[in-house]
Ligand binder design. Structure first.
Ligand code: 5GP
Ligand code: ZN
Length: 117
């Protein structure tokens, strides 16, 4: 069920602490940790602790929690001293989503092309 921890979800396991991650920030409702395969000098994932399959499901089911995630992306950018950065929510396998627990990528520390690939 949406919101409930999923045993087979990688990011629920990171929230639970059963899979290690380099956590950079944590709030009551969110966790931010470094991507294991960074695509930029700063590449941090911000996730809600509650399980929602993607950003759209998160926004529909829990808009306040979606706002918490967005606020945390800004907090990460501030801590990493990023003047410019990109927030990405890959949504659907065709867009590159591989983990089905909503997450914002915070990318920065290098020039970022637009449009993205
Ligand atoms: P997606 O492709 O779903 O938008 O993003 C999933 C991200 O999770 C990828 O950038 C991938 O590198 C990252 N990732 C996958 N497994 C792990 C892991 O075990 N630990 C961490 N920290 N990141 C992971
Ligand atoms: Zn999950």
């Amino acid at each position: 069920m949406t919101g409930e921890p999923q045993d087979d979800c990688l990011f629920c396991r990171i929230v639970a602490g059963t899979i290690p991650a380099t956590i950079v920030r944590e709030t009551e409702t969110t966790v931010a940790f470094r991507d294991i395969n960074p695509q930029a000098p700063t590449h941090v994932l911000v996730i809600p602790k509650a399980h929602h399959r993607d950003a759209a499901a998160l926004a529909a089911a829990a808009p306040e929690l979606a706002a918490d995630v967005l606020r945390e992306t800004q907090a990460v950018a501030d801590e990493e001293k990023l003047e410019s950065y990109r927030i990405v929510f890959n949504t659907g396998s065709g867009a590159g989503q591989t983990v089905w627990h909503a997450h914002a990528h915070v990318l920065g520390g290098r020039g970022l092309d637009w449009p993205p690939g």
